[in-house]
Design a protein around this ligand. Structure first.
Ligand SMILES: C[S@@+](CC[C@H](N)C(=O)[O-])C[C@H]1O[C@@H](n2cnc3c(N)ncnc32)[C@H](O)[C@@H]1O
Length: 269
């Protein structure tokens, strides 16, 4: 896929699944957020027999859990642009599809639950994709989307950490189109899509206290290092930020996961 300036996509180079540390980075993300996602989905009524689509399934941790809760692995579908980490999920009987969700020819069908976590925030075409995701929800079913709301990193009292996180968010916005605040807009967007019973919840992990989140943050910064230095972040600042994250007494914020959900009308007009 092309990576000329301004049209690089998540996973082309930055956060590519071919990177040696990418599966460990995504496992850290899953360890940090799976418990909150599972709690939210159970509270929304997820149950045996539901058909589910996990969009941008990553390592498949939630897809596997969806298959066990719904007791119907073959009614769970996991889609990702790069499905190399989803072999174990396919072996479990989950329907694994390698596809780009922005491809107009991709039509996965309709599901009781369409779930996407930390995917749309990285896609420039996110606003056009939300109606597409909603169109894959059966009448009366649920759309559940989780993305970040950047909190605390850019205002940290630790200067090198603050400067490094600020440089990271800026670089991600410029180079792959990441929107670190997009989750805050979802209730309004969901209302515009005609969804009802709209809800929202936030979960804010702490780096230094939660091992999975700390590992995810460290590996994210390590993968981003060449871009951050090329963008002008001093190497000494970067190194101090990484050392700070390794210190046992460090307690830092990075982002909250904000989950927004809504239900489609029981009758399609
Ligand atoms: C940050 S990871 C999140 C993984 C997983 N949803 C989680 O929360 O643990 C983003 C995932 O979305 C996938 N992805 C990115 N762009 C995509 C696209 N256009 N179509 C399908 N998957 C995409 C990536 O390959 C990656 O697995």
């Amino acid at each position: 896929m092309g990576t000329t300036a301004g049209n690089e996509c998540y996973g082309d180079v930055l956060f590519a699944a071919s990177c040696a540390s990418e599966s460990e980075r995504l496992e850290g993300l899953a360890r940090a957020f799976d418990p909150a996602s599972r709690q939210d989905l159970l509270a929304l009524g997820l149950n045996a027999g539901w058909t589910c689509l996990d969009v941008g399934a990553g390592t498949g941790s939630l897809g596997g859990w969806l298959a066990s809760v719904t007791e119907t692995a073959d009614q769970v579908t996991a889609v990702d642009r790069d499905s190399r980490f989803l072999g174990p999920l396919a072996a479990q009987g989950v329907n694994v599809i390698e596809a780009d969700i922005a491809d107009p020819d991709f039509h996965p069908g309709q599901f009781d639950l369409v779930h996407a976590r930390f995917v749309l925030m990285h896609l420039r075409e996110r606003n056009g994709l939300l109606p597409r995701l909603a169109s894959w929800v059966k009448p009366g079913g649920l759309l559940v989307v989780s993305d970040s709301l950047a909190v605390g990193g850019e205002t940290s009292p630790h200067g090198p950490y603050r400067d490094t996180v600020t440089a990271l968010w800026r670089m991600l916005a410029e180079e792959i189109g990441t929107d670190r605040h997009c989750a805050g807009q979802y209730p309004q967007v969901f209302t515009g899509l005609g969804l009802r019973d709209i809800g929202m919840r936030a979960h804010l992990p702490v780096a230094g206290l939660e091992a999975g989140f700390t590992r995810f943050l460290t590996l994210t910064l390590q993968q981003a290092k060449p871009r951050l230095l090329a963008a002008g972040l001093p190497a000494a600042t970067y190194d101090q930020a990484l050392l700070h994250l390794e210190h046992p007494l460090s307690r830092e914020l990075f982002f909250a996961m904000v989950t927004c959900w809504g239900r489609t009308s029981a009758i399609r007009r």
